[in-house]
Design a protein around this ligand. Structure first.
Ligand SMILES: Nc1ncnc2c1ncn2[C@@H]1O[C@H](COP(=O)(O)OP(=O)(O)OP(=O)(O)O)[C@@H](O)[C@H]1O
Ligand SMILES: [Mg+2]
Length: 260
């Protein structure tokens, strides 16, 4: 890329407005994430973080503005079209197939992406692929366990495995650390960081485990009342008066200083 040439964002929203019911939740939100970046989208409950993520992945429509994936306009594209273009999503709400084993969950995801049919028709390369995925999210020794019996952290890792079934270019992760103990959250955080560092994935991350989110993100965006209020690197974010005043409060003082 020559100097002065603008880098193409992996994912970008341009002034999107999103309504839920008769209320405008997002009021002109522009965010971008580049390849190899982990971007934290943080802010108080109800600020519109999940709404933003759902609009980016195509689960809910935008009233105005646009969504671009590597400069391609995806504003009206269906969820599956965005998935095929490289977008993956871990929603805030639990979303595994509860009655199936971990292994069968991975099989179903693999068949959805790579062909095959449930329950009998396998997809090509499925056995080796799901074994690799299970290894990657540290669930190899939990293959026979029913998904409904997993711990919160294990379930989150299974959901991450689903999102990785088709290697993503953009991974949208809504509260991956919720209900996960600190050690597992830190492992999950490392996994997300490694996806960005080693595979150039653009990760968008929202979570109220702010210390962990700031540890792994390269940039953080503060969302307040459906608008971007500030953005900066983790140090700038943590110290910003709006972040302290409207989001972290006194609790922010107990946060370790993020690595510069
Ligand atoms: N289906 C819906 N119908 C009406 N209002 C909705 C709907 N979904 C979300 N909202 C409203 O949109 C606003 C933003 O919700 P959203 O879930 O995006 O917040 P959030 O920032 O993700 O919060 P949290 O940190 O608690 O997950 C809230 O006021 C919420 O009540
Ligand atoms: Mg949310």
């Amino acid at each position: 890329m020559s100097e002065g040439e603008a880098k193409v964002a992996a994912i970008e929203s341009r002034a999107i407005r999103v309504a839920r019911g008769d209320k405008m939740i997002l009021r002109g939100v522009s965010v971008r994430g580049d390849a190899g970046e982990v971007v934290g989208v943080l802010g108080p409950s109800g600020a519109g973080k999940s709404t933003l993520f759902r609009a980016l992945v195509g689960e809910i429509p935008v009233e105005d503005g646009s969504v671009l994936l590597f400069d391609k306009d995806m504003t009206g594209a269906a969820l599956w079209e965005r998935a095929r273009a490289g977008m993956a999503y871990v929603p805030q709400t639990p979303s595994v197939l509860w009655d199936l084993s971990v292994e069968d969950n991975l099989r179903v995801y693999h068949r959805v992406v790579h062909g095959g049919g449930w329950p009998r028709r396998a997809s090509p390369g499925e056995g080796a692929a799901i074994a690799r995925l299970a290894e990657r999210v540290a669930l190899a020794d939990r293959m026979d366990v029913r998904a409904g019996e997993l711990s919160g952290g294990e379930r989150r890792r299974l959901e991450l495995a689903r999102a990785l079934t088709r290697p993503p270019k953009v991974l949208v992760c809504d509260e991956p650390f919720a209900g996960v103990d600190p050690q597992q959250a830190s492992r999950l955080g490392d996994m997300l960081r490694a996806l960005a560092d080693d595979e150039g994935v653009c990760v968008l991350l929202s979570d109220h485990h702010v210390a962990e989110a700031l540890r792994v993100c390269t940039r953080a965006v503060l969302l307040l009342d459906g608008e971007v209020a500030m953005e900066g690197n983790p140090v700038e974010f943590q110290e910003h008066p709006l972040v302290v005043g409207r989001y972290l409060g006194n609790w922010g003082r107990s946060l370790p200083p993020p690595a510069a």
